[in-house]
Design a protein around this ligand. Structure first.
Ligand SMILES: C[S@@+](CC[C@H](N)C(=O)[O-])C[C@H]1O[C@@H](n2cnc3c(N)ncnc32)[C@H](O)[C@@H]1O
Length: 278
């Protein structure tokens, strides 16, 4: 695991309060990578990642799902509307909670998708009350990832599943240059640490979860950052960000670093499915 001690939780919260509109304009309603199979549009590719994770986790109608780090509610609303789940989304950003609540109302799924503004590292659900814990690109922001997976395991009923997509540090051993790239990504994208594939499987297994699938999707998702970098350059978004909140500029300036990290193996993108022991 590569750690970055300068990242603070209040800055993560501030980032998502300020940048959610920016994400919506730059990328769409999902704040996660696209998953490509060919030349699909970015919007289609982002939706494909959500749909592929639903299939990987075998999620079905009527299941109780907790969406940790729910963003604008993109996944939650899909799970509630298209799959027929009962979803609770959790986000650290009050702005995102309000956005997701309104979006669910517009999508006609308010009765099946509710949103909480809470910290995933302290939020609680009754033991054994959840069928699926879903978390796409949020665990990167958590400070104590092993403790998070222990709590997730408690929330799940026996046979319940965890579905995770996460940015990963590359496989050990990393060169000094690779470690530096991962550190710069942590710093720029407000991640207190990035775990490797082995770290994630270890944390979940230690929490009493049995791994059922681990996928490396790096080559299918990395195009996301070429598109974001080009859109930012074309639309002069860096200039607008510098007027709104100069502290956010580091994030825009690290898009190329992230691409370099994927292209050199310093980072990977992983999908993990695990099941609570019956
Ligand atoms: C990259 S976005 C992903 C959003 C969403 N999963 C999606 O795919 O569209 C990361 C999300 O994690 C949330 N987040 C970060 N730290 C959190 C924490 N400690 N507790 C709850 N949510 C957190 C952010 O508010 C944001 O919604």
């Amino acid at each position: 695991m590569i750690s970055c001690a300068t990242v603070r939780k209040d800055v993560i919260r501030q980032h998502y309060n300020i940048s959610t509109l920016f994400y919506r304009l730059l990328w769409g309603r999902h704040i996660h990578h696209g998953l490509w199979t060919g030349n699909e549009s970015p919007t289609v590719a982002a939706q494909q990642l959500t749909e592929q994770l639903v299939r990987e986790a075998g999620i079905t109608a009527g299941q109780r799902v907790v969406d940790i780090g729910c963003g604008m509610g993109g996944s939650s609303i899909h799970l509630a509307g298209k799959v027929g789940c009962q979803v609770t989304g959790v986000t650290i950003s009050s702005f995102q909670k309000r956005w997701a609540t309104v979006a669910a109302r517009f999508a006609g799924v308010s009765d099946r998708a509710a949103f909480l503004c809470q910290d995933a590292e302290t939020t609680e659900f009754p033991a054994g009350s959840v069928d699926v814990v879903w978390s796409v690109e949020c665990t990167e922001h958590l400070f104590d990832k092993p403790a998070f997976f222990r709590r997730v395991s408690e929330w799940l009923r026996p046979g319940g599943r965890v579905a995770i997509c996460a940015w990963l540090a590359g496989d050990d051993p990393l060169s000094a240059d690779a470690e530096k790239l991962v550190y710069q990504v942590c710093e720029g994208f407000f991640c207190p640490s990035l775990g490797s594939e082995r770290d994630y499987t270890g944390w979940m297994t230690d929490a009493g979860l049995r791994m059922t699938a681990v996928h490396d999707w790096t080559s299918r998702v990395s195009r996301t950052w070429e598109i974001c970098r080009d859109r930012v350059n074309r639309l002069g978004i860096r200039q607008v960000a510098s007027w709104l909140d100069p502290e956010q500029l580091i994030f825009i300036d690290r898009f190329q670093t992230l691409l370099d990290a994927y292209n050199t193996g310093a980072m990977k993108y992983g999908c993990f499915i695990a099941e609570k022991q019956r």
